[in-house]
Design a protein around this ligand. Sequence first.
Ligand code: SF4
Length: 441
Amino acid sequence: MSEMVVKNVVCPVCGGSCEDIQVELKDNSITVKNACKMGNGKFQEVVSEHRIKDPMIKKDGKFVKVSWEEALDKAAEILANSRRPLLFMGSETSCEAQEVGLHMGEYLGGVVDSNATICHGPTCMGIQEAGLPTSTCGVAINRSDLNIYWGTNPLASMPRHMSKYGLFPRGYWTKRGRFDRKVITVDPRKTDTAVASDLHIQLQPNSDYELLNALLTILNGKTPHHSVEQVTGIAISVMEEMVDMMLEAKFGSINVGLGAGSSFGKHRNIEMALNLVKELNNNHGTKFRIGALRGHCNVAGFNQIATYLYGYPFALDFARGYARYNPGETSCVDLLREKDVDAALVLGADLVGHTPADSAKYLCQIPMVCIDIAPGPTPSGADVLLPGVIDAFECDGTFYRLDNVPVYFEPFTDSPFDFTKSNEDTMKQLFAKVKELKEKA
Ligand code: SF4
């Protein structure tokens, strides 16, 4: 690897999609500037020893190195012979690769899902119920004088959110950065983010819905029923203080994390939060936006392209020849638990490591093709393992940032393989083989 310095590289780790990373490649080592610890870890994968470099097929329970053609043939055979395959298009790859997966799922009459199904799926569903009063992060930087983190600890999950988008950046109307902003954190835990906030609403776990309802009641000039104090663990006077801070803000930015959509109430919590924002905007002389803190770099991308191509953000079932969507039935955890799929393709995600044990167990029992860059539970459970290319490092493409802004990324090095240029290329080669087999049959 020759010596070079590249600036403005996009980080492919969390939904922040930081686009200001500097990379120095020298003697097979890599020095990274501006990235957080999580980002730096991923950049080191380019030169890591454990990178998956060879196509492999499992024979008698052990992986055997094979040619690219043989691995691709076997992968295509698994998918073409399946009556109902699950194609899991993970968020650690480009929209371009995910799009091929969606088309392949439609062609095969399978199910196509992505990480939102096990993270912000309820947020997507809440948005379908109530609409999304939102803005880009750029608007929040320039205008927001109140930041609310609800059910999230960005200092751990998106370490640069506060410095790039949330708290410290100096904007047109927020020239003094942190000094022009207040922060409220709503979280049952006393996290680092909560400690750094002006007000910590330490609610009881699973009482988000009741708290949101109470805030809406106060906003409408009424006093909530006193029992809400017992349910949420928050005094009504503190809720009133929070509402006062919201009404005093010129522009508020609410950032919801998985704590909001994954606690009891699920998508109804999000629906209620969206209604609160609409109410603030409509009748109270302030302006608010709301957005989700997306954990993985391109988890928002799948929701975007699946929606504009097929009308639904995740859990798309093509069994009837057109897309159906019914989370709880057509979502991957439920399909695996019910043993409703008979083969799987997993791209750019550790699905085995992130689904409940019974679903993960079944996933490892059915024929599985995996495209990944490094060993882990999912590659270990696969029958065919295809080496992954690292998006934003080794090929170009598109991610959608946490605020649904598309970010085009360019590589700073080439694909280390002569058999594939990118995960999109791998998916296209695989789809061509699947079509060949199907048309022969
Ligand atoms: S905050 Fe996210 S996108 Fe930014 S450097 Fe860290 S991991 Fe990468």
